[in-house]
Ligand binder design. Structure first.
Ligand SMILES: [Zn+2]
Ligand SMILES: [Zn+2]
Length: 334
């Protein structure tokens, strides 16, 4: 009665169950970074995955972890495949038990003293797999400027998954977007914090949140300049952290300084914000004589603490945006 099952078990030994993975409506398939600290989920264009991506190496758009192309299934896809394999094997065992039982029942002699019958409940079970569904569409569609592969992410990405290329311009744009998002969410964060930890903590946290926007912007622009400047030689260490020096370096390289893209008032304001960042980083925000002399900011006396407003953050971001756009245009014309 178990002959069919035994035969089936022998056939199943070493069998592989293949489970299809569906693409989403735009033709993208889900991937997940195998680095356990990251597990970033993104999508790659199905055609590009076949034609541009290499078997030997795929890079995580967020952490640049590198691994062969067969390591990038999402946890959900793997769990689905395991569940499907189990369903197929259970189906095969069930079906062979059922056919075994049918044969057993057929074999019973009609006129025997005791009649026995076997019944395996449930009908014929499926032995095929159901494809893994694609996760919902992702907002940010990116095409690599180096290898032209297409991928989508939620939030932001630094590296192309097909070639590992880090786009200086895209990274900069993403950083500015993040700074604006941080500034815009301060009020919501404050409300939530007042509820949970009280007014004092909320005030402190949100003030430092706004203050970090200034240093985020300065660092993002420094990285941007360093990346864009690569073709023009080697800039001194941290030179792009200082506005005057950065402007001079660009003037030497492309014959345009920051006054080509910003008004005098904008440059002065940007200079003040750069000096405020310096105070926050090195003097806990307390105004000293050097600040007043270097920034030309007459609104503070020595010993006061600088204030950073949401408007300051917006001014910084929009000036840096203008500078970057100008530099980008000159560099692409060169
Ligand atoms: Zn990663
Ligand atoms: Zn690429």
């Amino acid at each position: 009665m178990f002959e069919d099952l035994i035969k089936e078990m022998e056939r199943m030994n070493g069998q592989s169950v293949s489970v299809e993975i569906e693409s989403d409506e735009k033709g993208y398939i889900d991937k997940q970074c195998p680095n356990e600290d990251c597990e970033f989920i993104f999508k790659v264009n199905e055609d590009d995955w076949a034609n541009i991506f290499k078997d030997e190496a795929v890079w995580c758009p967020l952490c640049r972890h590198e691994a062969p192309s067969d390591q990038w299934f999402t946890i959900e896809q793997v769990e689905h495949a395991q569940a499907e394999a189990l369903a197929v094997i259970q189906g095969q065992i069930h079906n062979s038990l059922r056919s075994g039982a049918q044969k057993f029942n057929r074999r019973q002699p009609k006129n025997s003293f005791i009649s026995m019958s076997m019944k395996v409940t449930g009908g014929h079970k499926r032995t095929h797999t159901i494809p893994a569904k694609a996760a919902e569409l992702m907002q940010l569609e990116i095409q690599c400027e180096s290898c032209e592969s297409r991928f989508t992410v939620i939030g932001s990405a630094y590296f192309c998954p097909a070639c590992g290329h880090n786009s200086v311009t895209r990274t900069f744009r993403d950083s500015l977007r993040k700074i604006r998002a941080k500034k815009d969410s301060v009020d919501v964060v404050k409300e939530a914090l007042i509820e949970s930890v009280g007014k004092d903590e909320a005030e402190l946290t949100c003030r430092s949140l706004i203050e970090t926007c200034i240093s985020d912007g300065v660092v993002a622009f420094q990285k941007y300049c360093e990346g864009m400047y690569e073709g023009y030689g080697k800039a001194p260490f941290n030179a792009f952290q200082r506005l005057d020096q950065a402007s001079e370096l660009w003037n030497d390289a492309i014959q345009k300084g920051f006054d080509s893209w910003l008004t005098e008032a904008e440059i002065n304001l940007l200079g003040i914000l750069y000096q405020k960042r310096h105070l926050l980083a090195h003097n806990e925000g307390i105004v000293d004589a050097k600040y007043i002399q270097k920034s030309g900011d007459g609104t503070y006396k020595e010993g006061q603490r600088v204030v950073i407003s949401a408007k300051d953050v917006e001014n910084l971001v929009s000036s840096l945006e203008k500078l970057a756009a100008g530099i980008e245009m000159e560099c692409s014309n060169a």
